[in-house]
Design a binder for this molecule. Structure first.
Ligand code: CA
Length: 230
């Protein structure tokens, strides 16, 4: 996935490390090392996401975010020192979409960045269109209804969310990890079979009664929703 990111972080080594890692992951990355520059770049630019340290010289992260949120809705991932964990509430109240406690492993940050970007792309897509379709399967996001071959399919809230996600990205393989994070807000390394269980239930309702399966397992990779020739 590509995107324009702005990292606002005053610890130079960490800022460089994030810039390098995120660039290698395919993003274009700008860096600001204090709150004043950060706010200026954030307001001027058209970034897809901000990584914002909470403690900054000049304007601190929370004040920056409040000012920024007056005019922009760009997703913000806030970085918080462990000693300021209680402050994450004020960060979230100021309009952060997620936070990460320092020190963190880079893959954890990358997973959060990817999840936030997907969420914001997904939100844009659903506001444009409330109907998703694949073959004889139709999903009405507004009425929260699913039907296949004209027959109503009863789904739980999570099953609906899971199906909507797979359907909005039909033809793309989504890993168990991505599904756990996007549908259940669970950590990417979580040792749980909640995804498998939900996929099994969804198959029983979505595919079993209709003969031609749409939901496929890609061994070792994840799941994909698509029409395949028998
Ligand atoms: Ca700092």
């Amino acid at each position: 996935m590509s995107g324009k990111l702005l990292v606002i972080e005053d610890e130079l080594r960490l800022a460089r490390y994030l810039q390098q890692g995120l660039t290698e992951a395919g993003y274009s990355v700008e860096v600001a090392n204090d709150g004043v520059d950060g706010l200026h770049l954030a307001m001027e630019g058209d970034h897809d996401l901000l990584v914002l340290d909470r403690m900054l010289p000049g304007i601190d992260g929370v004040a920056l975010l409040k000012a920024f949120r007056n005019s922009k809705q760009t997703p913000v991932l806030m970085l918080t020192a462990r000693s300021q964990v209680e402050d994450r509430v004020s960060g979230l109240q100021a309009g952060a979409d997620d936070y990460l406690v320092k020190p963190f492993a880079f893959p954890e940050l990358l997973a959060r960045v990817q999840a936030l970007l997907r969420r914001s792309h997904g939100a844009t897509a659903t506001s444009d269109s409330t109907q998703l379709q694949l073959g004889d399967l139709e999903l009405d996001l507004l009425r929260r209804r699913a039907q296949r071959a004209g027959q109503r399919i009863e789904l739980s809230a999570k099953e609906f969310k899971l199906l909507a996600l797979l359907l909005s990205r039909q033809g793309q393989v989504l890993s168990r990890t991505e599904l756990a994070s996007l549908v259940w807000d669970m950590n990417f390394d979580s040792e749980t079979n909640v995804v498998e269980v939900a996929i099994r239930r969804l198959r029983a309702k979505l595919d079993a009664p209709f003969g031609k399966p749409l939901l496929h397992t890609v061994r070792g990779m994840g799941y994909v929703l698509e029409e395949r020739d028998a």
